[in-house]
Write a protein that binds this ligand. Structure first.
Ligand code: CP
Ligand code: NVA
Length: 309
């Protein structure tokens, strides 16, 4: 625990399997404390700046409530209102914010913006989603799967959709936690090949299987978890029509879910588009755990903040 103090939380690849397990266990513990009404404020008097260059419901509210519950204060900083929106260098911003705050969470487009912010900052930086990754989401997701299934090692997660930020983090999390992951994307929408290779390398330590294909049925076959995400992510709105065509056969629906285990779980990071990447029957059906998943963003991020700030 003490060894995580001062660390950034940018990508799951930077954390060992033991550290990730520690954060998940801490999240489960903090969740228990909160449900029991126990006050736990290790971050009393501390402040978290939250920079948003993209929209957010879950990330914004869960971080702001999370830091408050831990005894601290969150500051919502819109990218448009900050001087970075007018071209102030990110490195200057990093140094200035480091003089006021105890931690920074940032949601932005280019991943290198987060890396630069972390390089310039003397306080921990947390990645709240970039075009490349969404590690807070994956941490909360594996907490959620563990709570529902009682284990992670050896489970099979099928991801159907775009090979981008959310699945990049799920894939590295799978590699580090010993979860088999099978990813079905349309051609041209595969996950980043470097991140796939890194995940395969890390999977050697845990025995996890990282599998890529273009056939949703193949991916979902015998899966414990089916996961989907939007076809057009934030920043890709102009590609909506083109993506609807490319992803046409990639809807998670009742017919596809038949290939999974009977007691499969359906997950989605949200926001979702019913009738596009997932049918109403699946996302609002008995196997869906989307709101447990959304709730755990709060607990998982409290664990991250309590550990590193
Ligand atoms: N899943 C997720 O990050 O949701 P928001 O975009 O609402 O933060
Ligand atoms: N892939 C989605 C995830 C949103 C939480 C996006 O980047 O918009």
């Amino acid at each position: 625990a003490a060894s995580l103090k001062g660390r950034d939380f940018l990508m799951l690849v930077d954390y060992t399997p033991e550290e990730i397990r520690y954060l998940i266990d801490l999240a489960i513990d903090l969740k228990k404390k909160q449900k029991a009404g126990e006050v736990y404020q290790p971050l009393k008097g501390k402040t978290l700046g939250m920079i948003f260059e993209k929209s957010s419901t879950r990330t914004r509210v869960s971080f702001e409530v999370g830091i408050y519950q831990l005894g601290g204060q969150g500051l919502f900083l819109s990218g448009n209102d900050l001087q970075i929106g007018r071209g102030e260098p990110i490195l200057d911003t990093a140094q200035v914010l480091s003089r006021y705050l105890d931690g920074i969470m940032i949601r932005t487009f280019a991943h290198r913006t987060v890396v630069e912010l972390a390089r310039g900052a003397t306080i921990p930086v947390i990645n709240g989603l970039t075009d490349l990754s969404h590690p807070c989401q994956a941490l909360a997701d594996y907490q959620t799967i563990l709570e529902h299934k009682g284990r992670l090692q050896g489970l099979k997660l099928a991801y159907i959709g775009d090979g981008n930020n959310v699945v990049h983090s799920l894939m590295m999390g799978a590699a580090k936690l010993g979860v088999d992951i099978s990813i079905a994307t349309p051609e041209g929408y595969e996950p980043d090949p470097d991140l796939v290779q890194q995940s395969i390398d890390h999977a050697k330590e845990t025995g996890a299987r990282i599998h890529l294909c273009h056939d949703p049925k193949e991916a979902v076959d015998n899966a414990d978890v089916i996961y989907s995400d939007v076809w057009a992510s934030m920043g890709q709105e102009a590609e909506q029509k083109e993506r609807e065509l490319a992803f046409a056969g990639y809807q998670v629906n009742e017919a596809l879910a038949k290939y999974a285990k009977k007691d499969y779980l359906f997950m989605h990071c949200l926001p979702a588009h019913r009738g596009e990447e997932v049918s109403e029957g699946v996302i609002d059906g008995p196997n869906s755990i989307i709101f447990d998943q959304a709730e755990n963003r709060l607990h998982a991020q409290k664990a991250i903040m309590a550990a590193i700030m």
